[in-house]
Design a protein around this ligand. Structure first.
Ligand code: GLA
Length: 757
């Protein structure tokens, strides 16, 4: 709900309020973001900052407002040069070289439709109307306008913000930064959490105690990046999974991003997020505009799980769209870890055949099928089939796979080119490189200048031809290097700072067009795993390959990291062979499945080389996953506290709370620690559940026999499961074994099911 009275603006969701006002000096004072409050215009005197006398060392805003210091004010947006020295929202260089801006309130509008952005993807609503508030600010001297847009998503307690700069002046300006959101808090007693990492080590949670100065989470890889995901949190000290106040922020953007926490001299905390200003500049001439991406903001008083629930619901309802929004995702088998580049029709067919026998639904031919692609040194850009490997072409292999009763999918990396390719030879001007300088290399490939319309059209038409050439049901859209040597041969020198953003906008145009032309294809985003796992991509591709790391133990942590901000419905997770190709670790096959089952479960191993025992186990896994996937893919996901380092425990609860699945995963076994409890989350306290464990054979890897798991079987109320937990069978502790003992070595795991009776 949006409430506007006089100069007060209040945005309310079911449990959250966001309040600000326009002051007499025509600045926007931020008043509150957090628990829901009841306010009207008469609340202003109680909430507003009181400044009677300027304290020493501060600058007053102007002659007329001698006691107003912008340095010690909670502002809804801050510009540069009028006394506020904290992180600015906007920075502009004017024609005369000056960089001071003075944006002042100039009216508002409430709208009941959310217009589409011209250049960027955004949130949407297909239930009810989405309310929008637009605030207009005008720069006092130049006349440049900034629109602040606010969208309210009541049910998931999310408010989105974005900004648009319209140049209504007569001068051409250089925009150095335009953030998407700025939120000022009255105190700085927070923990700033971000998720950093690297290739095959994505989404490690990092908690920074905020004290003074700045903490920055940002990417300059050209992508949202595995180094620093754009999802971040601010929480009160002591916040746990289910208790405490926390804020979450994300950005609907796939390029260089920036999230900063800045504590000024008066201990007020400012948070901003938006496009990374590093290396960025944008020339905006008269009558031109610039759109900043949408920022997503949420608050929960129910701990990190509460915040995640909001974010998950928001992504499922207001980001993911199209045919696959509510459709169960198929169990796929991907050829990459089974064969790498060494593929041919016979090999792929045998693999698919083995897949069909265990219940796989979709077969994906990964890299290696085009040009002279026998390793990663050549052929990106030449999207024509290698007929030595696939004599019947794409259609030939696709038809054969279909005859097995499977759907067929394909891998592409359209934004890239190898120097060793026909495309590079014919269009060197399409490549991001600085002419006559040496180029830094990444995976032997270079990046196409997606900001160039000709490149976009080439990508669209080449992919259109490919996707139409056979019955293709799935596309893995990869992007395997980060940016260096930022330069567009298509832009004049003064516009080179626009290149990285124009790339993202161009990419969006391509994937919007292609997903529009092929609405039934299931697209999966990928960038060496999680190098572009963000809400911008999820507006077009309903799922993303979360990491090239398929080790079960690493995956437990990586998936848990993603789960803070993203629903499991967005995460590709595959069971692979052991020793694992990334860590050389061996983990039980059942654990590899148990972890993958809590996301979009697929397989990526050579089924043709597996034993009958393993294939039987996989057949049972897939059957079980299909039975439970509506809960596992679309349910509410909860992390559990107190699991200890290296271990995870989760509950995933179906929408109607009638069915739930729980996971217990152990990293390294501790000797003589036989007791464990499983405590669930998110159930109906007054409903009675049948709690039981998934039965499978354990120990195969350790002794030559397979033994049945212990039997857990209880009938208890939801409040027992959540507030007390179930004491599990005694774990193995070197002093005896029978069929009631829980065999729980290193990397062991269990799935528990809960069904309402
Ligand atoms: C990237 C992807 C992998 C695989 C390879 C193919 O690394 O993340 O899953 O597709 O490319 O080259």
């Amino acid at each position: 709900m949006i409430y506007v009275k006089d100069n007060l603006f209040a945005l309310h969701t079911e449990t959250v309020s966001y309040v600000f006002r326009a002051t007499d000096s025509l600045h926007l004072e931020h008043l509150h973001f957090g628990r829901k409050i009841t306010v009207d215009d008469r609340s202003i005197p109680a909430l507003m900052e009181k400044q009677e006398f300027l304290t020493g060392g501060l600058n007053s805003y102007d002659e007329e407002h001698r006691s107003l210091s912008l340095e010690n004010y909670m502002l809804e947006m801050s510009s540069y040069g009028k006394g506020d020295i904290r992180e600015p929202f906007v920075e502009i260089i004017y024609e005369d070289g000056s960089s001071t801006s003075d944006f002042l309130y100039d009216g508002y509008k409430v709208m009941h439709e959310k217009p589409e952005y011209e250049t960027l993807p955004g949130s949407y609503s297909d239930y009810g109307r989405s309310e929008q508030l637009v605030i207009y600010l005008r720069e006092r001297y130049s006349g440049i306008v900034i629109e602040l847009h606010y969208y309210v998503y009541e049910r998931c307690d999310v408010i989105c913000r974005s900004a648009k700069l319209r140049n209504e002046s007569i001068q051409t300006v250089n925009l150095k930064r335009l953030m998407s959101a700025q939120v000022d808090f009255d105190d700085s007693d927070f923990i700033f959490t971000h998720f950093n990492g690297a290739w095959i080590r994505e989404m490690n949670r990092v908690d920074n105690a905020v004290t003074a100065g700045r903490i920055v989470n940002s990417s300059y890889t050209g992508t949202s990046s595995s180094r620093a995901n754009p999802f971040v949190m601010l929480s009160r000290r002591g916040t746990s999974q289910n208790f405490g106040e926390c804020y979450g922020f994300n950005l609907i953007y796939s390029g260089n991003h920036y999230e900063a926490v800045d504590v000024g001299s008066f201990s007020k905390l400012r948070f901003v997020n938006g496009i990374n200003p590093q290396g960025f500049s944008y020339v905006v001439g008269p009558e031109e505009y610039f759109e900043a991406p949408e920022s997503v903001m949420s608050f929960s008083k129910e701990g990190f799980n509460g915040l995640s629930r909001n974010m998950h619901e928001f992504v499922r309802e207001h980001i993911i769209r199209g045919t696959w929004k509510y459709k169960e995702r198929p169990v796929l088998l991907n050829s990459w870890e089974a064969a790498y580049f060494d593929i041919n029709e016979e090999k792929l067919f045998s693999l698919a055949e083995a897949g069909a026998e265990v219940g796989i639904e979709l077969f994906v031919m990964d890299d290696g099928w085009f040009g002279e692609r026998n390793d990663d040194t050549s052929s990106l850009g030449d999207w024509e089939v290698n007929e030595k490997k696939l004599p019947g072409g794409i259609k030939g292999i696709a038809d054969k796979i279909k005859q097995l009763g499977l759907k067929f999918g394909i891998w592409v990396e359209p934004e890239m080119v190898n120097v060793k390719s026909r495309l590079y030879e014919s269009h060197p001007e399409w490549v991001i490189e600085i002419p006559d300088r040496n180029h830094s290399e990444g995976r032997n490939q270079r990046i196409l200048d997606m900001g160039n319309k000709d490149v976009q059209n080439y990508v669209i038409e080449t992919m259109d031809r490919l996707f139409s050439s056979a019955d293709i049901s799935y596309v893995k859209w990869d992007m395997n290097r980060t940016f260096t040597d930022y330069y567009s041969k298509n832009l004049p020198p003064e516009r080179q700072g626009e290149m990285a953003h124009r790339y993202v906008v161009g990419l969006y145009r391509c994937i919007k067009t292609l997903t529009g032309r092929f609405p039934d294809i299931l697209f999966e985003g990928c960038a060496s795993g999680g190098n572009r796992f963000d809400l911008g991509i999820l507006c077009y591709f309903p799922q993303i390959w979360a990491s090239d790391n398929t080790d079960a133990m690493c995956r437990a942590e990586i998936q848990e990291g993603y789960s803070y901000g993203y629903p499991m419905l967005a995460l590709g997770a595959h069971v692979s062979s052991c020793p694992n190709h990334q860590t050389l670790r061996s983990t039980p096959l059942e654990t590899r499945f148990n972890i993958a089952a809590f996301a979009l479960c697929g397989y990526e191993c050579n089924l043709c080389e597996m034993s009958e025992n393993e294939l039987d186990a996989i057949r049972e896994q897939i059957e079980l996953y299909k039975e439970w996937r509506s809960v596992l893919q679309f349910g509410d996901f909860y992390r559990h506290d107190g699991t200890g380092a290296g271990n995870v425990s989760w509950t995933c609860v179906g929408k109607d709370k009638k069915y739930a699945a729980g996971l217990l995963f152990q990293g390294l076994a501790q000797p003589n620690m036989p007791d464990k409890r499983f405590v669930a989350c998110g159930l109906r306290p007054d409903a009675k559940y049948h709690f039981y464990n998934r039965k499978f054979k354990v120990m195969e890897e350790f002794v030559s026999m397979r033994v049945d798991t212990e039997n857990e079987d209880y009938h208890v109320y939801g409040d027992v499961l959540m507030n007390c937990g179930v004491r599990l069978s005694q774990g193995f502790a070197a002093s005896g074994y029978n069929e009631r003992v829980r065999v729980f070595p290193d990397f062991a795991s269990r799935i528990y099911f809960m069904e309402e009776e």
